[in-house]
Write a protein that binds this ligand. Structure first.
Ligand code: ADP
Ligand code: MG
Length: 233
């Protein structure tokens, strides 16, 4: 197994509040790894730490074989951790060209990425004319422009209608099938069950489970876990 991200005893305190406590899990190549837990359980904080936008308090994380600096590793990561932000008066293609310039990546892949998210036929529409689901799909296309080894998504279906939710989940599955590792934070068990191969379950920053999703669901402890996590599961 080829490690993509190893998290070891990671802790993050915000003043008196411990947002992430002694967290360990490893994502291997090809995993579709979920971070599951109710609001406030430390999902976004964990993503922020490994993406170098939040400072850890203690513990460690290692990208790839551990010989890559975080700065270099992040060039091989695609991430959407906030609402997609594009220029409303520009088309999808124009917006992605700008992203390519900023990221310093080749513009020749734009159509290929728009195709993956089902937006190729709408590439010349202005961003402001896109539905919320289309905006989120464009954000995924944008995150794929550097051909990342791993795609990180924080609550990718939040706020979408059922059709939009279904489309995003299908796109994530297709991206995973083509070999991209995925890390997905969600408060929905349903989402993790449908999309993920592996999961770490968090409650108030503490790990309740990590491992395969199918093993979690078939394990004796699952219903107890469910009962203790009504909010999230
Ligand atoms: P989740 O993404 O699972 O909803 P978060 O990681 O956003 O959870 O938050 C975990 C906890 O840390 C919450 O109690 C939240 O209020 C707190 N928190 C997150 N970011 C900050 C911050 N910048 N300052 C203070 N507290 C924070
Ligand atoms: Mg969050």
């Amino acid at each position: 197994m080829e490690p993509i991200l190893s998290i070891n005893n990671l802790t993050k305190n915000f003043g008196h509040l411990t947002a992430v406590k002694d967290l360990s899990f490893t994502i291997n190549k090809g995993n579709v790894y979920g971070i599951l837990g109710p609001n406030g359980s430390g999902k976004s904080t964990t993503l922020g730490i490994v993406l170098n936008v939040v400072n850890k308090t203690s513990g460690d994380f290692k990208w790839f074989d551990g010989n890559t600096t975080t700065h270099d590793a992040l060039k091989k990561v695609g991430a959407i951790i906030e609402r997609p932000n594009f220029y409303p008066y520009m088309t999808a293609t124009q917006n992605l060209k700008l992203v390519c310039k900023i990221k310093g990546v080749d513009q020749s892949k734009i159509d290929e990425k728009l195709e993956i998210v089902g937006l190729l036929d709408r590439k010349d529409s202005k961003f402001s004319n896109y539905s919320l689901g289309m905006k989120q799909r464009l954000a995924i296309a944008s995150a794929l422009l550097n051909d990342p080894e791993i795609l990180i998504l924080d609550e990718p279906t939040n706020g979408l209608d059922p059709q939009g939710i279904h489309q995003i989940r299908e796109i994530i599955k297709q991206i995973a099938e083509k070999g991209t590792t995925i890390l997905l934070a969600s408060h929905l068990l349903d989402e993790v069950e449908k999309v993920c191969s592996h999961v770490v379950v968090l409650r108030k920053g503490v790990k309740l489970y990590s491992g395969r999703v199918d093993e979690m669901i078939s394990s004796h402890g699952f219903f107890e876990l469910k009962a203790n996590n009504q909010e999230a599961l």
